[in-house]
Design a protein around this ligand. Structure first.
Ligand SMILES: Nc1ncnc2c1ncn2[C@@H]1O[C@H](COP(=O)(O)OP(=O)(O)OP(=O)(O)O)[C@@H](O)[C@H]1O
Ligand SMILES: [Mg+2]
Length: 432
């Protein structure tokens, strides 16, 4: 297999770094060759807080995927991003059509006009996603190229992030010897993996409950109309339980996964479990319904936040398709039932839709993001290709890492960042 066929995606999450190596098939599909997943210790609420720890997790995860895929070289990868620094909004632009019919240049100009808004100097644009074009008075056009008209209007969804935090993520990937090809908002990737075209058309909300954040993406008429990162995730459920049960984090995590429910009225009221307290103390008996009431309160709070956000933005009436809950945090028992009650719409767990080489192990909501990152060509922040970042076999990888000159690293990293603004052009080219 040649290098060109390889496609690599890395989801740098708060609880795990997950890597998938896939190969493009002649049919246009992607075939999964290898998967690697390693606990993540360097992130908090979706943002990198410890570079060394994050680099280690990325290296381990990539190495595992390389071994499984029998691939010796990973040059570049698509990277997912989230974190509470992400801010998204809708924008629009209008231009006069120059010739008789609309050309690609007209489309580029109108998209430039739509993104010509002032954003704070400490932020970068990650995505400019066209929602619809309007030619004169005709609405809902997905591709206006070749159409006749005088006035061309573009409506887009713009995703921005704090430059320093994007830089930190890029730095980690570069230090792991990998060239970040594109930086893609995680809920966009998760949506790609769990939603059907029909659901996106009908109007649907993806709620990706990860470890550190809950990411929302709202789709209507096939377009992304809203995205939002809420800084509450599955780890908050565990922390609540650890505090309430006066138990260590690991014990609280075990209880959440094996005995947790978010509906106290659905659990056996007389049933008890043994909880190991802090070291040196004897295990105690705790009512399962108490565990559920702790988890239920947090889930209720989370869904109320989601509901308020959607109501504030005025999207409540657009969600005919309901809610699709994904991410590892979606697996707490009875979550769907509680979601339907609070959000007053149908809800379901979003399992990744299977494709080439995907094993049953991968059909878990916690892999939705990474599977979405690898599935199709992405339209995130496109970064320039740097041949010099390439690491070869694991042996070479180690050798190169040892030899790597810190200054060289800095230059490469700043070269990538310098070209951030220019990269928007290539993002738009990718889209059309
Ligand atoms: N079976 C389960 N039942 C309940 N919770 C679960 C289960 N499996 C995983 N989780 C929870 O899912 C969360 C991790 O989800 P996920 O792997 O999607 O997060 P992440 O991608 O690493 O984090 P983030 O997207 O926030 O950066 C953890 O809080 C974990 O406790
Ligand atoms: Mg995640």
């Amino acid at each position: 297999m040649t290098d060109k066929n390889l496609r690599v995606a890395i989801d740098v999450g708060t609880t795990k770094v997950c890597t998938i190596i896939g190969a493009d098939q002649p049919s246009g599909d992607t075939e999964i060759l290898g998967v690697g997943s390693h606990p993540s210790n360097g992130l908090k609420k979706g943002s990198v807080v410890n570079i060394d720890q994050t680099v280690k997790s990325i290296l381990s995860s990539v190495e595992e995927a390389k071994l499984m895929a029998a691939v010796h070289m990973v040059r570049s990868a698509v990277i997912g991003i989230a974190g509470s620094h992400i801010y998204s909004f809708n924008s629009s632009g209008v231009v006069a059509v120059k010739g008789k019919s609309i050309t690609k240049e007209d489309v580029d100009r109108v998209l430039d006009a739509a993104k010509a808004i002032v954003i704070p100097s400490d932020r970068e644009i990650l995505h400019v996603i066209p929602q619809e074009f309007r030619v004169d008075n005709i609405r809902g056009i997905k591709d206006p190229t070749g159409m006749h008209g005088i006035r061309l209007e573009a409506h887009v969804h713009i995703v921005t992030g704090q430059t320093s935090l994007i830089q930190n993520l890029i730095r980690c990937v570069v230090q792991a010897g990998i060239q970040p090809e594109q930086i893609v908002l995680q809920p966009i990737a998760s949506s790609r993996s769990v939603l059907t075209l029909e659901e996106k058309e009908l109007g649907v909300v993806v709620i990706d409950i990860g470890g550190g954040t809950t990411d929302i993406a709202i789709w209507k008429e096939g377009s992304l109309i809203h995205s939002q990162i809420i800084p509450v995730g599955g780890n908050h459920f565990t922390n609540d339980l650890a505090v309430a049960l006066k138990a260590p984090h690991n014990e609280a995590e075990r209880i959440k996964i094996h005995h947790g429910s978010v509906l106290p009225e659905k659990v056996n009221q007389s049933s008890q479990i043994s909880v190991q307290g802090i070291s040196g103390t004897k295990p105690r008996e705790v009512q399962v319904s108490y565990v559920s009431s702790v988890l239920g309160s947090r889930a209720e709070e989370l869904f109320t936040l989601v509901k308020n956000e959607i109501e504030d933005k005025g999207y409540s009436e657009m969600i005919s398709g309901g809610y699709v809950i994904t991410g590892g945090g979606a697996l707490i028992r009875d979550l769907v039932e509680l979601a339907e009650y609070i959000l007053e719409r149908p809800a379901k767990i979003g399992y990744p839709i299977p494709f080439g080489g995907m094993t049953t192990v991968m059909q878990n909501p916690k892999f939705s993001t990474v599977l979405g990152l690898i599935r199709e060509p992405t339209h995130g922040l496109a970064l320039p290709n740097e041949e010099s970042h390439v690491q070869n076999s694991s042996k070479e990888n180690k050798q190169n890492k040892e030899n790597k000159d810190e200054t060289d690293e800095e230059i490469k990293h700043s070269a990538i960042m310098e070209r951030f603004s220019k990269s928007i052009k290539s993002v738009l080219k990718d889209i059309f």
